[in-house]
Design a protein around this ligand. Structure first.
Ligand SMILES: C[S@@+](CC[C@H](N)C(=O)[O-])C[C@H]1O[C@@H](n2cnc3c(N)ncnc32)[C@H](O)[C@@H]1O
Length: 443
């Protein structure tokens, strides 16, 4: 067993493990460390976050984590060394050079606030918050494809599963951002705070808020959160956030009001540690059309083209003079809804084309929806890419980026299907940016 001596020398912690060998040189320590550091869980994320930090406090935070993780590994390996902070600095520098990731920090050193990016996806919150003058000091995302896209664009690998990595979050930041998955809560009596949320990812957000006490938070979720579980989910969320001492306000906001040609309604909730009067930005920028974001070169290879059967029924609709067109349903079994009630199409006043099952109010079930260049797109979600009847194709990845307000130079190092999914999970950039700017003005 090693005996550990910890002494303060000139402000440096000098940790000595007395074992059987002499003190090795710094170079030997570095070599030894390099054999072990790669085994550190979340090693790449720690190094990336260390390197991306532009403030001394945050840099020290990740430096300390790296320092402790390295020591832990050396201890586990039973190594006999004398090691101090200076050596660890050398080791960290060496690691950065080895990883060929020096000078990756592309952010301006000046920032207005620090934020953390939870359930980060591809970094929609990060992009918006950066555009509002923020500097990200922690990110977490567990999906490997989303992490790849995030790392490519922000030069930072997010930490993994938040239920295991929240211990790495620094304390000194101003804003917590999270577009969290919606899960039902159990109602163990009607208590306040954590009890009802335990076991859900929202509980992890609460715990992080309690541990790190940021000035503000911004949460995002689907519109359906409002009525989820008969309104009980939202009630619990509001109650538990207030229980932590936050003044909160939420609103359903539509991206279409913020200049995007997409009808995307989402639940946004802001919270402030201080009692603050806050009004959500109103947007007032309705009217964007898909025509503004269409890239006419997108479908050169025809890979975005609708299927032949879709094109056939769209053409059939426009060849008829009827307002509501009945389509041939003989291919459907009479016992199916389509067979029983028939399939109809109808062009709405904004130009979009809707296919539905049944013609009576009661039987009408939307079956397909095609938008067109003269109007907006329906909400892009993970497994649904908007389709246009007038171009007879779905949107390209470039157009889907524009639909969410991402810049054209945002890179997707993944398949197109993954890119659509990631964009569908993300947020409307101008919406989040406007909310954060308004939050900053309020404090
Ligand atoms: C609705 S998406 C948020 C997307 C993000 N706002 C963006 O701009 O791309 C929720 C994300 O949470 C991630 N997630 C779910 N559970 C997680 C966990 N335990 N730890 C980390 N990330 C998680 C999912 O992989 C998904 O990317």
């Amino acid at each position: 067993m090693s005996k550990q001596l910890i002494t303060e020398i000139d402000g440096c912690i000098n940790i000595q493990y007395r074992l059987h060998t002499n003190n090795p040189s710094t170079e030997a320590i570095i070599n030894e460390c390099m054999n072990h550091v790669q085994k550190i869980e979340e090693f790449n994320a720690i190094v990336n976050h260390y390197q991306q930090s532009t403030t001394t406090i945050i840099k020290k935070h990740y430096y300390d984590i790296l320092f402790n993780e390295i020591l832990e590994k050396l201890k586990k390996a039973g190594l006999s060394i004398t090691i101090n902070r200076k050596d660890i600095y050398d080791i960290v520098d060496h690691i950065l050079i080895e990883m060929n990731c020096n000078n990756k920090n592309i952010l301006p050193k000046k920032h207005k606030f620090l934020f953390i990016d939870l359930f980060a996806g591809i970094g929609g919150f990060r992009l918006s918050a950066q555009q509002a003058g923020g500097h990200c000091v922690f990110s977490s995302e567990w999906d490997s494809f989303a992490k790849k896209t995030y790392e490519t664009n922000f030069m930072e690998l997010p930490f993994g599963d938040i239920t295991k990595t929240s211990k790495f979050i620094p304390k000194n930041y101003d804003l917590l951002c999270a577009g969290f998955p919606c899960q039902p809560f159990s109602y163990a009596g009607l208590k306040h705070g954590f009890d009802e949320t335990r076991g859900t990812l929202f509980f992890d957000i609460l715990q992080i808020l309690e541990d790190t006490k940021p000035k503000m938070f911004l949460l995002e979720n689907v519109k359906g959160l409002k009525s989820h579980d008969g309104g009980k989910t939202l009630e619990t969320i509001e109650k538990s956030l207030r229980h932590l001492g936050y003044t909160i306000k939420w609103k359903i906001i539509n991206s279409y009001d913020f200049g995007l040609p997409q009808y995307r309604e989402r639940w946004y909730c802001v919270g402030f540690k201080e009692k603050i009067d806050f009004e959500f930005p109103s947007g007032n920028m309705r009217g964007a059309k898909l025509r503004n974001i269409i890239d006419l070169n997108s479908n050169m290879d025809n890979k975005l083209k609708l299927s032949e059967s879709e094109i056939e029924r769209i053409n059939f609709h426009f060849s008829s003079n009827d307002n509501r067109v009945q389509h041939d349903n003989s291919k459907y079994h009479p016992n199916t809804k389509k067979g029983r009630h028939g399939v109809f199409s109808f062009q709405k006043s904004d130009g979009s084309l809707r296919f539905h099952i049944g013609d009576k109010a009661k039987t009408q079930i939307q079956e397909a929806f095609y938008t067109c260049q003269d109007t907006y797109a329906p909400t892009i979600i993970a497994n649904r890419v908007p389709k246009l009847w007038d171009l007879q194709r779905k949107l390209s990845v470039l157009e889907a980026k524009r639909l969410q307000g991402f810049p054209d130079n945002f890179i997707f190092p993944v398949s197109d299907n993954q890119a659509y999914k990631q964009l569908g999970n993300s947020v409307g950039i101008p919406v989040v940016e406007a909310i954060i700017k308004k939050m900053l003005k309020s404090i």
